[in-house]
Each structure stands twice: as C-alpha cells, then as structure tokens.
Design a protein around this ligand. Structure first.
Ligand code: KE4
Length: 433
C-alpha cells in the first residue's frame, strides 16, 4: 500500500525560516532529522499519544518529548495543576513547599536517594554529579561507556551517544584535551574492560557513570550480571557507582531501573519525567555524599530556576499519576504488544531485526542482533532506518529521527493506537525491504 503523500508545506516554510535564525533551525540537534533525511515536522500541538504538525497532519507519537510525556501529552490533571500554580507566579528564586513535596516523592521512590538537589536539565544533573563524585572521593578520573549520553557537558563528550552519535561527531570541537583526559571509556556490557581500567588507574577513579538501560545508542539492555558486577567493582576500589536515570527514572518502574534490577548505586541523576514536561533535572543519593553540596558542604552548584514552582507542580502531578496502581503493568503490556508487532512485521518483510523493551521504553535495530554495545549498534542499517522513518511518518507514526535513540510509550497509547502503528510498520517494512 503506497503511503498518502504528506503535505508539509507549512513545516517546510517555518523550518526554512528557522535555519536563518537558529543553528540548524533547531534548539537541539537530533530534532533536525539530519540522520534520517528530509525536513523536520514542525509541531503545532500535542495531546495524549498524539502530535499535530502545522499542516494539521496527526501522528501517533513515540518520542513523547524524549521521555517526559509518560502520562500522555498535556494530561488534563497536569495542565490543571499548572494553571492553579501559575496564578501564584512562575518563579520565586526562594524556597517553596512544592520542592519539599517533590523531594519527598523522589526520596520515597528511588532506592539510592536519601537527599536530592533539583536543577534544570539532565545535563546540569550529570555535570553536578560528576563534580560531586570527584569532591567526595578526591579522585579525578571517571569511567563512562561508549554510546552512553550524559548531556553535553565537556567531560562527557567522549564517544557519546544520542545526537553526538546521530551526527557522527568525533566528540566535539571546543572540548580541550585536558578536560577529557580524565574521562575513561569502556564498551557497554564489558566488565573485563572496566576491571582493566581500575587496574591501570589504581586509587585514581572517582567512579563509574552509566545508563542502566542505554537509550542513547539505540536501546541496549544490560546483560545479566553487568550492573551487579559494576556495583562490586566500584565498592572494591573505593569508587562510586552512578546511574544516569534521566531517561529510565520513573519510566522503567516507579523506582527507576535501579529498583527494576535490584542494584542500588551511590548516586542517581534524573530529569524528563520528574518535570512532567517542564525544564527539570535532579541528582541525589546517600546523605553523607549529598551533604557535601553547597550550602550544606563545600561543593558548589547553583541555578536561578532550580526548583521553580511550575516544574515542581508538573513533576508532582506526573508522579502521582504514575504511582496509581496498575500504571506500570499497563505501560509494559502496551509496549510488549508494540514490540511483538514490530518484530512480526519486519520478519514478514524478510528484514533482520533485533528489538526489545523494558516497561515503557523500547527500541529496535535493523540487524540480526543481539546488540550488546555501541560498536554493534553502529553496525545496524542506519540508511534503511532513515527510509523506514520517512515511510512511518507518511503513515502517521512519529518515531525518533535517529537509529541511536530509544522509543517511548505512555499511559495514553491505546490498543487501537498500537494496532494502527503495527499496521504502519507492516506497510513500511514492506516498502523499504
Ligand atoms: P538534557 O540536558 O537533554 O535534559 O538531559 C541530558 C541527558 C542525560 N542523560 C541521559 C540518559 C539522557 O538521555 C539525556 C538526554 N536525552 C536526549 C535524548 N536521547 C535528549 C534529546 C535531545 O538531546 O534533544
């Protein structure tokens, strides 16, 4: 079945104008569709599992603003709570009770978190947690994994995932060697490589930071024993274990990936879901470590809009909705049905596929698989993925515009939405086979 041609006249006009105003015409690189070709779709509005572009085309959205929209876009209870809060102002720059409320919810939910600091993005959270790792241990080196993305702070732009991988950037100009000299990397799922780094850098490694489930090199799950092995190795070497749960936090379970896998890190970064679509980030962990953060301790970190009442309100309401009984069972059932359909559709078209999901996070690679690390992810057929992305867009399904991202479902995606999506995959895989 050939796809109806998509009228994107207004999107093209707006994107053309945007390119003269903002680098690449976007506020974040992955949105530019560079790796999938074609022009980005300019959104007009979102609601539940749907997005409409400025030409009034409707899409079933599997990005959900890259994670925050886990209860569905513009959830009426989130909007209602924001309308109430906004009457009292948008930003105080002073303590407010809403920070206490969200902090209590995060501490109550996330096993590693005894104390938390709010910031304004996942990047800020990861920057601060790196400084804290170094402040607490007095050591400078840190281990990250190839393909993991921890925001765009200098010291993390080494073999990073997400937009860095999408654009094939060899790391980034403007990052001095001196900054990344202390960033050591290892292949994901490779405990031996981490052991080797500890052996080569005795007493010098502050800690290990990773995505407990990778969503920035495509979707890559930890192999059994990997997370547990890192927990033991870091303890053995007096180093800290840090889970970057900016993407997995409150998505994999109410306690995040750490609760799902039963491995408790020393520190955790969060973002996305805990802001319910408003700018937010957070880092938290053991009290004795967090009490090093100013003004309780000497490690400095600050932010004008940190803990602002609007982000706190959207976060509180989002977590309240997620905490309701059955939420994660529903998210898991929806996502597993989708992934089963994707696999069946690809196989029917004679295409190799490696697909998986955990709760409301999923992904697939157009290759035999399994994909255990970034090198293997890069072997996937990214060119064919670009054609697939376009074919799905023409059939009203909005997937991440990169083979190096994950997919996100929400409580708002219905069985009908999933069935329509699977049908679109059937037609699109046939079209690109
Ligand atoms: P932000 O600074 O974008 O809020 O968070 C950075 C970050 C940190 N850690 C993890 C695990 C993340 O996934 C992210 C951001 N994720 C990307 C999507 N892969 C955000 C999308 C974008 O860059 O536009």
């Amino acid at each position: 079945m050939t796809a109806p041609s998509l009228n994107t006249t207004r999107s093209q006009e707006l994107f053309h104008a945007a390119q003269a105003l903002m680098p690449g015409g976007v506020s974040s690189p992955v949105r530019a569709f560079k790796s999938v070709g074609g022009q980005p779709i300019v959104f007009d509005r979102v609601k539940g599992p749907y997005a409409w572009d400025v030409d009034d085309n409707k899409y079933i959205d599997y990005i959900g603003s890259w994670g925050p929209a886990i209860c569905g876009h513009a959830h009426p209870e989130v909007i209602g709570a924001l309308q109430e809060t906004i009457e009292k102002g948008t930003s105080f720059g002073a303590p407010c009770s809403l920070e206490n409320t969200l902090a209590e919810m995060v501490i109550d939910a996330v096993p590693s978190v005894e104390m938390v600091r709010f910031v304004n993005s996942g990047t800020e959270a990861c920057m601060a947690v790196l400084r804290l790792m170094r402040a607490y241990t007095g050591r400078d080196k840190v281990i990250k994994f190839e393909g993991c993305y921890h925001g765009h702070a200098d010291m993390f732009l080494v073999k990073a995932g997400s937009g860095v991988a999408t654009l094939g950037l060899p790391d980034s100009p403007g990052v001095p060697r001196s900054t990344t000299a202390n960033t050591l990397t290892a292949p994901y799922n490779d405990l031996e490589a981490v052991k080797q780094l500890f052996a080569e850098n005795p007493e010098a490694i502050a800690g290990v930071i990773l995505e407990p489930i990778v969503g920035n090199a495509g979707f890559i799950q930890p192999e059994p024993g990997f997370l547990e092995g890192l927990r033991e190795l870091t303890k053995e070497h007096g180093a800290l274990l840090v889970f970057d749960e900016v993407m997995t936090g409150f998505r994999i379970s109410y306690g995040g990936a750490q609760a799902h896998f039963g491995v408790t890190p020393d520190l955790t970064t969060m973002g996305k879901v805990i802001g319910g679509g408003l700018p937010v980030g957070a880092y938290g962990g053991r009290r004795e470590i967090m009490e090093m953060v100013a003004p309780a301790g000497p490690m400095y970190q600050a932010g004008t809009l940190s803990g602002n009442p609007l982000a706190m309100t959207a976060g509180i309401k989002t977590l309240e909705l997620l905490k309701q009984p059955g939420s994660y069972e529903k998210l898991t059932a929806t996502t597993e049905k989708l992934v089963a359909g994707i696999k069946e559709a690809a196989t029917a078209a004679g295409l190799p596929i490696s697909a998986g999901s955990v709760s409301a996070m999923f992904g697939f690679f157009l290759c035999e698989g399994p994909v255990r690390n970034f090198e293997e992810a890069k072997a996937t057929d990214a060119a064919r993925f670009g054609k697939l992305h376009r074919a799905m867009l023409e059939r009203g399904v909005y997937l991440a515009p990169s083979a190096f991202e994950a997919g996100f479902t929400s409580l708002a995606h219905s069985d009908t939405d999933i069935e329509s999506t699977i049908q679109a995959f059937r037609e699109s895989f046939a079209a690109v086979a």
